[in-house]
Design a protein around this ligand. Structure first.
Ligand code: SAH
Length: 347
């Protein structure tokens, strides 16, 4: 009878060392294998060339390496690359490589589907199937780093958790993945180059502050008026703005890291002076920056990007109040790789 083998990357380094000691081998063997699994990211035990054939076979008899597989890679006319990533249980998530002259950013997924219900987001229409494991998040980053080297001749420089899913609803695994990404035993990237984007789960924002995390925080705000926000992000009824604000103040008090708000301005939804005034008030609670992002239509025409008049008003009022504001163009639209468009369309 075939027994179900365990994913070897679910073991910590210490557990791996202990496993080898139990096998009558040296603990050091665990370090070697760990390095193959993470730093060198091998897909099979056969590739562990400094491990004896006998040991490789023993590992193969006991474990599997649940590696992701890039099923399909699409390249946009602006250089953006979207990967459809197949997981060991055949579910699919997407991740995106965004090149600019000065950096390469990976936009990675944290869940298969999403548990939230933002009405303007294509991913929200997929059922949340499950959380991604730390190695599945890590592998997406490795795949994009390889593509960046191959197509753009430079390593990956930044990571944003803005793909599918709500990272703070898979907090433990996201944290473990970031540990590996930033560790010298993994990719050795600086946490300052990582942004975790959340729709705003107050309890988890406080937890991040308590955990003294070193990466950056972005909040998808879209409105600083409860009624409006609840109408476009229904979970706001459960986590209203007063709770979010309180959590963000706590975050700032502990980390002294400023907060970035992501914000789309839509026609007839949040395009009035009252809306921008509410945003200014919200930004006063902690040093903040506002990214006005372009809306990427998700086909039923219910939401429309506001025109330049409304955008100019936002920029002028925010700047008059000394709040940093940037207007961001979207990337990879032609291949459905832009914010809010990840929905496994080809699958
Ligand atoms: N759940 C997390 C991360 C995924 S969404 C979060 O909410 O932050 C990444 C960003 O894309 C968020 O700011 C989200 O509000 C935005 N977004 C979602 N749908 C969009 C769309 N159709 N056009 C533009 N931005 C969108």
């Amino acid at each position: 009878m075939e027994i179900k083998k365990k994913d070897i990357r679910a073991l910590t380094k210490d557990q791996l060392r202990a496993f080898f000691v139990k096998q009558g081998d040296k603990a050091f063997r665990g370090n070697q294998v760990y390095e193959w699994l993470w730093q060198k990211s091998v897909h099979s035990f056969e590739d562990m060339t400094n491990i004896s054939l006998k040991t490789r076979k023993m590992l193969k008899d006991n474990f599997v390496i649940n590696h992701i597989k890039v099923d399909q890679m699409q390249r946009s006319s602006d250089g953006t690359i979207k990967n459809a990533v197949r997981l060991h249980d055949d579910l699919v998530v997407e991740s995106v490589l965004i090149p600019t002259p000065s950096r390469t950013t990976a936009c990675v997924s944290s869940q298969v589907g999403c548990s939230l219900d933002c009405r303007f987001c294509a991913t929200a229409r997929l059922k949340r199937m499950r959380n991604l494991n730390p190695d599945e998040i890590y592998d997406q980053v490795v795949a994009i780093d390889n593509e960046s080297r191959l197509y753009y001749g430079r390593p990956l420089s930044n990571i944003v958790f803005m793909g599918m899913g709500e990272p703070l609803m898979n907090y433990n695994n996201v944290l473990k993945a970031i540990d590996k990404i930033t560790s010298p035993e993994g990719l050795g990237m600086s946490p300052k180059r990582i942004v975790v984007s959340t729709s705003g789960v107050p309890k988890m924002i406080k937890k991040m502050a308590d955990d003294d995390v070193k990466f950056k925080l972005a909040v998808s705000l879209h409105s600083a008026i409860d009624e409006v926000r609840t109408s476009i992000m229904p979970f706001n009824a459960t986590f209203p703005l007063t709770k979010l604000r309180e959590a963000l103040q706590y975050w700032y008090a502990k980390t002294k890291n400023r907060i970035t708000y992501e914000y789309v301005v839509w026609d007839g939804i949040n395009d009035t002076k009252t809306d921008v005034d509410a945003l200014v008030e919200f930004c006063k609670f902690a040093p903040s920056k506002v990214n006005l992002i372009e809306y990427n239509p998700i086909d039923d025409g219910e939401f429309q990007q506001a025109g330049s008049k409304a955008l100019d008003m936002y920029v002028n009022v925010l700047e008059a109040n000394n709040i940093t504001v940037t207007v961001r163009r979207s990337r990879g639209k032609d291949i459905d790789a832009a914010c809010g468009q990840l929905a496994n369309k080809g699958q």
